[in-house]
Ligand binder design. Structure first.
Ligand SMILES: Cc1cc2nc3c(=O)[nH]c(=O)nc-3n(C[C@H](O)[C@H](O)[C@H](O)COP(=O)(O)OP(=O)(O)OC[C@H]3O[C@@H](n4cnc5c(N)ncnc54)[C@H](O)[C@@H]3O)c2cc1C
Length: 396
């Protein structure tokens, strides 16, 4: 299919599947079965043991260059790590954040910041898992966020509030987006926002308060309040006023990574539904013999296979340093939708037993749903495609 814009020219090598990475992650995940995630879900607890195992095996440092103690792997290899976690029945929330949040420091941090933080993040001595962008009143309209950072000598004073800051209670560092220059007439809204690497250990009880949110899924998500929090000026990443550009710069990588999670979910749902449909006998035959049961599973499988090709294309373009915004967005859209189709098929196939926690189907169904909302909602992706790919009028 041709796209309205000239297709970027890159020879796509869809062959590299990182079987050794897949196998290594599967081996670790085998020690963390559904009962582990179920129990955490019930307690709304953080997967400390899993994160430790993944860190020790080096997977959390997949994208950190070797010179800073990481594995320096391509984006697709990191995506494969996340995909396998989800395909095993687990959840990569506590694993993915570090992978892409770290990218902002890597691309825009000073040499001193990189040397100070990246080796410790790679070694698991420091956790960079909190990403403070979303705010309660501005939502997706990030340029309207209200958290302020005001320079005062060699410090910044932070005031404001973030919402849905996942893992804030389990992270040592937070990447924080705040406005340093108030929006004024004639100013581009994307300007005047700055990004900071906040040492949360130093900030707690000194102007930063964290309050957990009771949520539908166990993402250890929170509200974070800043009340005259003072941070050193050296916490600023890159240039003042360019923070939103830095964050946006990492969004293609983030979209490709989380697409892999949806692919993993789709794999889990299709496999789990197929197994149950073959085993469950009603009216003297396996329910999977009924086309009403077969077709939704087969359709979800087809959608997941198609999404997989798109994710590979986006990752290949990203790795080749070519424009990949369109394909990263399409990957996110198609993989989230495929996972949701598969989740619904799996729920329906399991009948009443889908609601029994011990089957893990309802937990995975709840978890898969979030990809249609976060980190970017389906509507906003469709807006991007309509405006930037198809050339339709800007809608907001
Ligand atoms: C479990 C979870 C974890 C999260 N973790 C983090 C995190 O760690 N850090 C962080 O910063 N954020 C995080 N988020 C926030 C997440 O990125 C936002 O919820 C998401 O971007 C949507 O923003 P919103 O909730 O403010 O929705 P809103 O912006 O209020 O939008 C509400 C609905 O309206 C639609 N909409 C809005 N404007 C338009 C438009 N112009 N055209 C069409 N439709 C429109 C949206 O698509 C959406 O469906 C998390 C959210 C969840 C649920």
């Amino acid at each position: 299919m041709t796209t309205p814009d000239a297709s970027p020219s890159v020879t796509l090598d869809l062959g590299e599947d990182y079987p050794e990475v897949r196998e290594g992650v599967r081996r670790i995940c085998a020690d963390f079965p559904g009962s582990y995630w179920r129990e955490l879900d019930a307690r709304e607890a953080y997967p400390s043991e899993f994160v430790t195992a993944m860190t020790e095996a080096g997977y959390l440092a997949a994208l950190i260059p070797e010179e800073y103690g990481g594995a320096g792997l391509p984006l697709r290899a990191a995506g494969v790590v996340l995909e396998e976690i989800h395909a095993s029945g687990g959840n990569a929330g506590a694993t993915h954040a570090q992978m892409y949040t770290m990218g902002t420091v890597l691309r825009h941090g000073s040499e001193a910041q990189k040397a100070r933080y990246l080796p410790k993040i790679a070694a698991g001595e420091l956790r960079l898992q909190a990403f403070g962008v979303t705010e309660p009143t501005s939502g997706t309209d990030t340029t309207k966020l209200k958290t302020r950072a005001v320079r005062d000598g060699d410090e910044y004073v932070i005031n404001g509030q973030k919402i849905w800051t996942s893992r804030a209670l389990y992270s040592d560092l937070m990447l924080l987006l705040a406005r340093t220059t108030p929006l004024a007439d004639g100013m581009r809204p994307v300007d005047g926002l700055s990004v900071f690497l906040v040492d949360m250990r130093a900030a707690l009880e000194r102007g930063m308060t964290i309050r957990p949110i009771k949520a539908m899924i166990n993402h250890n998500t929170t509200e974070v309040f800043f009340d005259d929090l003072r941070i050193p000026a050296e916490a600023l990443i890159g240039d003042e006023g360019r923070g939103l550009r830095y964050i946006m710069d990492g969004m293609n990588a983030e979209r490709i990574l989380v697409s892999h999670e949806s692919l993993g979910d789709a794999t889990w749902f299709v496999r789990t539904a197929t197994k149950y449909a073959n085993e469950r006998v009603v009216f003297d035959r396996p329910i999977g013999q009924n086309q009403g049961i077969q077709f939704p599973i087969a359709k979800a499988y087809a959608q997941a296979q198609a999404a997989d090709l798109m994710v590979r294309k986006a990752a290949a373009l990203f790795q080749a340093g070519q424009p990949c915004g369109e394909f990263a967005n399409l990957s996110k859209l198609l993989s989230a939708e495929a996972a949701w189709e598969a989740a619904e098929a799996c729920m329906q196939t399991h009948g009443g037993f889908a609601y029994a926690r011990e089957y893990d189907v309802e937990r995975k169904w709840r978890e898969a749903r979030v990809q249609r909302t976060a980190p970017i909602s389906t509507n906003l992706i469709l807006s991007y495609v309509a405006q930037h790919v198809l050339g339709l009028p800007r809608s907001y």
